[in-house]
Design a binder for this molecule. Structure first.
Ligand code: FE2
Ligand code: FE2
Length: 250
């Protein structure tokens, strides 16, 4: 086991939820396939970073990193597909996926117009979180040696990514690399907060609309029905006043 993969306290607290997610076959498959997407997307973004960086050492490291992430995406995809083939019926989990964020967090990565020091700080924080989460996931899939072996392999890469990004950040920003890491952590927390806030806002909106539908609308529906009952059925003669034009339409 890589010695530097530390599990964040929040993930230790959330361990029962992680256990619940991984204990179900369908959720496990969905999670693996979701990881495949995140890892492949991250790999493509880091490949782009390798293209645009002016630093030749970083270009080589980004390239290796991108290849690793694309490989992780393939591993997760193949394992998810293999598990899926073992069960012919459709996935029928009511709850689609997991309430927890994915392992990597690379989906927040934005390469365009980002200087290397910011990208490195972001990658370091994301890789550190991934290493901690994959440590938990590896322990939670003890009943599935093949998936566990994939997490073992990926974990080694994530620890390497976590370390090289920190070393390179200290090289390109020797005076302020710690500040850059704190800033990246702050940004990550802020994005997480926005996601949670948006989810809560969506939930509140749906709840309030449902309450309105069942509590506010029924009296109006009842009044409308009562008014409808008082209306005579069929054509209704209207009284003609002397002001009506004989040729007017109305
Ligand atoms: Fe990865
Ligand atoms: Fe990684």
């Amino acid at each position: 086991m890589p010695p530097l993969a530390r599990v964040a306290r929040v993930d230790q607290i959330l361990r029962p939820i992680h256990r619940w997610v991984w204990s179900d076959f369908d959720r496990r498959v969905r999670k693996l396939l979701a990881f495949a997407e995140v890892e492949s997307d991250g790999g493509r973004d880091i490949l782009r970073a390798a293209e645009v960086t002016p630093d030749s050492l970083l270009r080589r490291l980004y390239l290796e990193h991108a290849i690793d992430e694309l490989h992780h995406g393939d591993l997760f995809r193949q394992r998810g597909a293999a598990l899926l083939r073992t069960r012919s019926s459709r996935l029928k989990t009511l709850f689609n996926g997991t309430p927890l964020p994915g392992g990597h967090g690379l989906d927040d990565l934005s390469v365009q117009n980002e200087p290397d020091h910011r990208l490195l700080a972001f990658l370091h924080v994301a890789e550190k979180a991934a290493a901690g989460r994959f440590t938990i996931y590896r322990d939670l899939v003890n009943d599935d040696p093949q998936t566990r072996a994939i997490f073992e392999e990926i974990l080694r890469d994530e620890v390497f990514h976590m370390n090289y990004t920190y070393t390179q950040l200290a090289r390109v920003m020797p005076e302020s690399y710690r500040r850059q890491v704190w800033r990246a952590r702050g940004n990550r927390l802020w994005k997480r907060y926005l996601r949670v806030a948006a989810a809560i806002a969506g939930l509140l909106g749906a709840t309030i609309l449902t309450i309105m539908y069942f509590i506010v609308l029924p009296p109006f529906a009842w009044l409308a029905k009562r008014a409808q009952r008082r209306e005579p059925v069929g054509w209704v003669p209207i009284s003609r006043s002397g002001n009506d034009s004989p040729t007017g339409l109305y």
